[in-house]
Design a protein around this ligand. Structure first.
Ligand code: PAF
Length: 282
């Protein structure tokens, strides 16, 4: 597995793979990897990518003031071992100064779909995400890029950017990988201990209840969302940030009778801000 540390080195690797006729798959991450990330690598390979690159970069521009940029969990040695074992061909680990040298002044702003949900709770977050992902796309020149559906709004933002800026990359969304008790895997789960770890189950519990209701024929968006919200509000250690029903593709708000809906939730549980979602009817 090659280790690449600058945009120039990443581009040279991508150019060489393209010259060989390889299909390049990209798995962007912020490191502190878990089974969910490994599943993204598997998906890239299953999509016929003969050359798979993963990136590890904790991107400062997507963290707001007072958020967890400094304390975001990091373990480069463990991440490299996991990527190597997963059969990744190259890992791109740029430093902050490689990505944002002195004088950096260009940002990518995806408007509509960035608004509301995490966009409301974390102003500027998706501008940072879109900017760094655009930079990763330009350096790694992938044919396919794989992102987890846990960050459902992020995936919609990246799809919009890919379309609007004509990147022409196949964007693949990967199903959420869950712990045995239902908690969606996330690097930030490392912040959860003891009671908080138990309390964190309330997010998936509510979503699964909504799914059950949907299975029994409930089609009222508000009733389905209410189930997800009640599970979080009923947990004293959790503080609800949002619970909303949105169109699975456009992410526009849904109310009334729905044939398909994505329920997205966010809550603070102790030191961790957690998100989760479920799509019903697709
Ligand atoms: O989902 C993440 O890990 C990050 O937001 C991403 C897409 C790697 C951009 O920094």
């Amino acid at each position: 597995m090659e280790r690449l540390r600058t945009p120039g080195a990443m581009r040279a690797w991508a150019d060489a793979r393209r010259a060989e006729g390889a299909r390049i798959g990209l798995v962007p991450t912020m490191g502190y990897l878990h089974e969910g990330h490994v599943s993204l690598v598997r998906i890239a390979k299953a999509r016929g990518c003969g050359a798979v690159a993963a990136t590890i970069f904790v991107n400062p521009t997507q963290f707001g003031p007072g958020e967890d940029f400094e304390k975001y969990p990091r373990d480069e040695a463990r991440d490299l071992a996991m990527l190597d074992a997963a059969g990744v061909d190259a890992v791109y680990l740029p430093g902050v100064r490689d990505m944002y040298p002195e004088g950096h002044q260009t940002f990518v702003d995806v408007t509509g779909v960035s608004q509301g949900l995490c966009g409301a709770a974390r102003p500027g977050h998706f501008r940072g995400v879109a900017t760094v992902v655009a930079k990763l796309f330009l350096a790694a020149k992938p044919h396919v890029a794989v992102f987890g559906e846990k960050d459902y709004q992020q995936l919609a933002v990246i799809r919009a950017m890919n379309r609007d800026l004509d990147f022409g990359i196949e964007i693949v969304g990967a199903s959420i990988v869950r712990e045995e008790d239902g908690l969606a895997m996330s690097s930030r789960n490392a912040y959860l201990a003891g009671d908080h770890r138990v309390a964190a189950r309330c997010l998936s519990r509510g979503l699964f209840r909504a799914k059950e209701l949907f299975g029994k024929g409930e089609r009222d968006a508000a009733a389905l969302v209410a189930e997800a919200r009640a599970a979080i509000e009923g947990e004293p250690r959790a503080k609800l940030e949002y619970a909303e029903g949105r169109d699975p593709v456009t992410l526009s708000p849904r109310s009334g009778r729905v044939d398909a809906v994505t329920i997205l939730v966010s809550a603070k549980v102790g030191p961790a801000r957690l998100i989760d979602n479920i799509t019903l009817g697709n």
